[in-house]
Design a protein around this ligand. Structure first.
Ligand code: FES
Length: 95
């Protein structure tokens, strides 16, 4: 089965922003890569059957990070500013 993966255009506009998240030292985090989780930016297993997998990571210190909400980042799970272009595409497709 070759399901089409969600693209940033499939992500609601209200998710086209990074999520400021407080990471706790050495506590594993599973970042949602598909955009379907109801618990953004964290994985809730909604990716099942999509071909997407969450990005699991942990940090060596307590720190606030900006996790990507638009799923267009080239540096997952972190926001790299790609949401600016992704938002422009969504707004452009609505006109
Ligand atoms: S929210 Fe995705 S790159 Fe910023």
């Amino acid at each position: 089965m070759d399901e089409q993966k969600p693209t940033p255009v499939d992500i609601p506009v209200d998710r086209m922003v990074p999520y400021r998240t407080r990471a706790t030292r050495d506590k594993p985090i599973r970042w949602c890569s598909c955009g379907l989780s109801a618990n953004q930016p964290f994985c809730d297993q909604a990716h099942r059957g999509t071909g997407h997998r969450p990005k699991a990571f942990q940090l060596p210190e307590d720190i606030t990070v900006a996790l990507c909400g638009c799923k267009a980042t080239q540096n997952p799970p972190y926001c790299d500013g790609s949401h600016l272009a992704a938002t422009a595409r969504v707004i452009g497709s609505a006109t």
